[in-house]
Write a protein that binds this ligand. Structure first.
Ligand code: AMP
Length: 113
């Protein structure tokens, strides 16, 4: 059920977002609490709670999400950027609808916290 999380409510149009890209498989929008000058989230329309719940059936979708990450990064004029997927609470996941963070526009430190 896509309505279970705040991202499900964004997908259904119940909650607005600052959209930067959309297609039949996914939606990309600006993070409400950006951690970098560019901070975009890419979410599948399919409700997968976290990356570890994805199966082989999702292989094409996961590849598509990464290509969209690259597309929106270019769209934002980024040459270098980072993608992050937090899978599970201890990894920092707070919204349980799979999402890819795209961060850029500043020098990013490694390793993350
Ligand atoms: P994570 O901690 O990996 O689960 O990331 C969840 C992200 O969703 C955080 O960076 C939040 O700032 C972001 N977020 C939460 N609610 C919204 C919202 N309504 N619109 C845009 N981003 C959101």
């Amino acid at each position: 059920m896509t309505q279970e999380t705040i991202f499900g409510r964004i997908l259904s149009g119940e909650i607005p977002c600052d959209e930067v890209y959309s297609d039949k498989h996914c939606l990309a929008f600006r993070d409400i609490q950006p951690q970098a000058p560019v901070h975009i989230l890419i979410i599948p329309r399919k409700n997968i709670h976290k990356l570890s719940d994805a199966t082989e059936q999702d292989q094409e979708l996961l590849g598509h999400l990464l290509l969209v990450a690259s597309k929106v990064a270019h769209q934002e004029g980024l040459e270098d950027w980072r993608t992050v997927i937090n899978s599970g609470e201890k990894a920092g996941q707070t919204v349980f609808h799979l999402h890819i963070h795209v961060l850029g526009g500043r020098v990013l430190q490694w390793p993350p916290g």
